[in-house]
Design a protein around this ligand. Structure first.
Ligand code: B3K
Ligand code: ZN
Length: 866
């Protein structure tokens, strides 16, 4: 298979520009006609042909300035025209088939709703166009559709005209005054329930807010609408950014490849990130709705008003917007639990991506299929890079930099370098070394070395940095790492270093190594690094159990305290792996922590979570995954037995009243559910899961009870699962939770169970949410069965992907991720995984999406052995 690789270095400005686009859609399930009229000008002095992108289009006609022309070339991927005037009108008519579009890119019809998804390169499935983000045009769009089935016809911008046709159809014309790239185009047609509201901006302009949901789901839309208003207000207060159209629309659809899409003035959302009410949504669901609503809204400035020059610059909008939504969520909920959530994503997924064949800098250099680069690296590490800038500059200077960025680039398509240059303009700190974060891939590692001089009483602490080679890049340079650091002695005192290299708790590590000297410490001096996870790095610290417990007790930074607990658990599990018995001092220490934090539900709840298998893999090489799972399980069992009383007293002393989504209650529910899952392993407390299930008035506690029940006997668990299914069988979004829990069961007949789930009346192989709930949950979260020693789990997923790839390559390429991470594991796992990837590679008509990930993974010979 030959697939073209696109390179960042090859960027050329477009040969032609398009200043205005007029589109007319005649909707039809199988034969939608699209008439486009473009105002085109030659860009520069050249004779090149106009080369338009297209995919799966049937061309009906082409005309230049009103005269029909024959293209030089037209096939399924492009249309070329030459001998063109310098400025002209180009009219193109195409036909597309929305019903057969199961890839859910371009215009598709599902569940009786027409909708579009154009980012990154989906617009070319609608009409031939210069489908690249640096071609910005003003759009006027008319949509014709059947009146009965599609009373709502939407596109970007403001509605300007509507009318009825003689054939019983009706039409609406929309105009978007803001020039935009094609990836922000959107169209929706359907029959919805509508929630409306208004928001008055800081300059006094009224904006109409409209939220379109499935019929009968109005009650589940209110929280999203309120979240939108909170996000609008927050962006005004924090960044001085105001909304710029008269109307802001959000449509919730049931078939969607990802979370949501920030189309100008017309966001399209996966209904999972809109619909939430007290009965059906968990605390996490509410959190996710609010954060995705905010994320898409924030894109209106960081993404839409200033967009990307090319797709290699994706982090320009995504990293920055994720950072913005993280700050918003922290302000709306709680900074600590938010930060822990973000760090879990970094450690479990982003560090794993760095260690895989798909490693890339936050600004990638080479891409085969752009959809494969909407990654945790571009998004989450991208946000960490912005966060470090924020840390280095401080909120006020950072804000001035953002203002400068908009002053320079509003209305333009720009690069990450442009962003850094705007930031550089407001600070004296030289950002040239910092810029390496954009070009260098991999996870930097900070190693701590300690020495003590008896004669002088001086402690020396050397921090050194190194980024191991990655699959895409061998040579690495030192990075600029802001390292929040605290030095604690045995009496819990926080000490300064003799030379004052640490300023306000922050050490800038920009060389390969730096040495600190500290005198006057009482006893052992413990360095506590990366407070609040100040840089996306891994730390090798040689702290023993008593020092970890000292950090939990004395560190000022709550994140560090949580982190020390995680390291402690990691250590305990490796002791069990090595066949050693845990010292009683560990349990005594943990009992003390529980007792002293008994009133801090938030921190305690997080501290009692045992690291996942994915996290534990990060500190191990060539993992025997079944042995690791067994050791983790044994630790959890001992944890419950040893800490039973301590856990029980916290569980019994804390309760919530009837359900409210407020932070103190969220913390209590979280802590109680974490404890419940521990206690459920003990026969004496197994009944608690059932009791909580019966008493629960909310989805968080119901699900918490179900999750805990999996550690009790099977029949009890299955009875509860049966009851849950009966209650929610008509509610696919809620049933997804049941699908996912079922798919993550460690049981010997799991593959038969998965096949049964696929026969469930609510399962649909064309619906990404269902596929992710069943197959995705199995591949990502059912470690024990996915990694079955006979390779049956890998084979099952591969068989599924072989079929899914034909209809929805984007979702298939997401779900293949765990298989491509074979290099983490020892044999037989790695060979069995590779064998399945090789099988996948032989599939006929393998998509570019899967080809890129699978072929890179197979070609990867372990770069970690450098
Ligand atoms: N920008 C979209 C993601 C598009 C993904 C295309 N495969 C959603 C977001 O990040 O806000
Ligand atoms: Zn985004």
């Amino acid at each position: 298979m030959s697939v073209t690789v696109k390179r960042r270095a090859d960027y050329l400005p477009p040969a032609f520009t398009v200043s205005s686009v007029s589109l007319e859609f005649f909707l039809h399930p199988e034969k939608t006609r699209v008439c486009s009229s473009l105002t085109v000008s030659r860009n520069g002095n050249h004779n090149k042909p106009l080369e338009l992108d297209g995919e799966q289009l049937t061309l009906l006609s082409v005309a230049v300035d009103g005269n029909a022309v024959e293209p030089d070339h037209c096939d399924h991927s492009s249309l070329h025209l030459s001998d063109l005037p310098d400025a002209f009108t180009l009219q193109i008519e195409t036909e597309i088939n929305p019903s057969e579009n199961h890839a859910l890119e371009g215009l598709y019809l599902s569940n009786g709703v027409y909708c579009t998804q154009c980012e990154a390169e989906g617009f070319r499935r609608i009409t031939y166009f210069l489908d690249r983000p640096d071609v910005l045009a003003e759009y006027r769009v008319t949509v014709h559709g059947e009146k009965q089935a599609f009373p709502t016809l939407l596109s970007n911008g403001n509605p300007v005209e509507k009318g009825e046709n003689d054939d019983g159809t009706h039409w609406v014309t929309w105009h978007d005054p803001h020039p935009k790239p094609s990836y922000l185009f959107a169209l929706v047609a359907g029959d919805f329930d509508l929630l409306t509201d208004t928001f008055t901006t800081m300059s006094g302009k009224d904006v109409a807010l409209e939220l379109y949901v499935d019929k009968g789901k109005k009650g589940r839309g209110e929280f999203a609408l309120d979240s939108l208003k909170r996000a609008m207000k927050w962006d005004e207060q924090t960044f001085g950014l105001e909304y710029d159209l008269d109307i802001y629309m959000i449509v919730a659809v049931d078939f969607f490849n990802m979370g949501a899409m920030e189309n100008k003035g017309l966001n399209i959302f996966n209904s999972k990130f809109v619909l939430a009410d007290n009965d059906s949504a968990t605390d996490d669901d509410f959190f996710n709705v609010e954060s995705v609503i905010a994320h898409e809204y924030f894109h209106n400035w960081t993404g839409n008003r200033v967009t990307c020059r090319d797709w290699f610059q994706l982090s320009l909008k995504e990293g920055l917007t994720v950072f913005r939504d993280q700050q918003f969520s922290a302000d709306m909920t709680s900074p600590l639990s938010n930060r822990i959530k973000q760090v879990r994503v970094m450690r479990e997924h982003q560090f794993a991506e760095d260690a895989s064949a798909m490693s890339h800098p936050i600004r990638p250099d080479e891409v085969m299929e752009m959809n494969n680069f909407y990654t945790v690296t571009v998004y989450d590490k991208g946000a960490e890079v912005i966060r470090m800038l924020h840390t280095l500059l401080g909120q006020q200077t950072f804000r001035r930099g953002i203002d400068e960025y908009f002053r320079r680039h509003d209305g333009q398509a720009v690069t990450c370098d442009d962003f850094v240059a705007a930031m550089q303009a407001v600070t004296d700190r030289d950002l040239s070394q910092f810029s390496r974060w954009y070009s260098q891939s991999g996870t930097p590692e900070i190693t701590v070395n300690r020495q003590y001089d008896d004669a002088t009483g001086a402690h020396t602490i050397t921090l050194s940095q190194r980024t191991p080679a990655t699959a895409d890049q061998k040579d690495k340079q030192p990075l600029l790492l802001p390292v929040a650091i605290e030095l604690i002695d045995d009496e819990g005192n926080s000490l300064a270093d003799d030379e004052g290299l640490i300023e306000k708790g922050m050490l800038i590590l920009d060389a390969e190594a730096v040495t600190l000297t500290v005198t006057g410490a009482k006893g052992q001096l413990t360095p506590v690094l990366l407070g609040n996870f100040s840089a996306p790095a891994r730390v090798h610290n040689d702290l023993c159990v008593s020092e970890q417990l000292k950090v939990v007790r004395h560190a000022k930074d709550s994140f560090n305290r949580w982190d020390a607990m995680q390291s402690l658990y990691d250590f305990c599990i490796s002791e069990i792996e090595a066949g050693r018995t845990l010292d009683d001092s560990v349990w005594r220490g943990l009992r003390t922590v529980i007792a002293s934090e008994a009133n801090n539900m938030e921190l305690l709840g997080e501290c009692l979570v045992i690291p996942t298998v994915e996290t534990l893999c990060q500190s191990r090489n060539e993992v025997d995954v079944q042995a690791l799972i067994a050791a983790r399980k044994a630790f959890c069992q001992q944890f419950a037995e040893q800490l039973e009383e301590a856990l029980l007293s916290v569980f019994d002393a804390n309760h919530t009243d009837s359900y409210r989504y407020v932070q103190s209650d969220i913390n209590t529910r979280r802590c109680r559910n974490v404890i419940l899952a521990h206690l459920a392993r003990l026969p004496d407390h197994a009944a608690k899961a059932r009791q909580q299930y019966n008493a629960s008035d909310n989805m968080t506690d119901t699900l918490g009870a179900l999750k805990a029940a999996q550690y009790t006997d099977q029949s009890n668990f299955l009875l509860m699962m049966g009851d849950f299914e009966e209650t929610w069988h008509n509610d696919p979004l809620v049933l997804d939770k049941w699908f996912a829990l079922h798919a993550t069961q460690a049981r010997s007949d799991i593959l038969a169970q998965l096949s049964m789930l696929r026969e469930h009346p609510q399962f649909s192989a064309n619906n990404p949410n269902r596929v992710r709930a069943v197959i995705g949950s199995f591949a990502f979260f059912n470690n024990e069965c996915f990694h079955a020693r006979d390779g049956s789990g890998y084979k099952y997923v591969t068989d599924y992907l072989m079929v899914l790839d034909d209809s929805n390559p984007q979702v298939a390429a997401r779900i293949v991720t765990p298989l491509t991470q074979w290099q983490r594991y020892a044999d037989p796992y790695r060979s069995l995984m590779k064998a399945q990837l090789s099988r996948l590679l032989t599939k006929k008509n393998l998509s570019k999406d899967l080809f890129e990930k699978v072929s890179k993974s197979l070609a990867y010979d372990n770069a970690s052995s450098d």
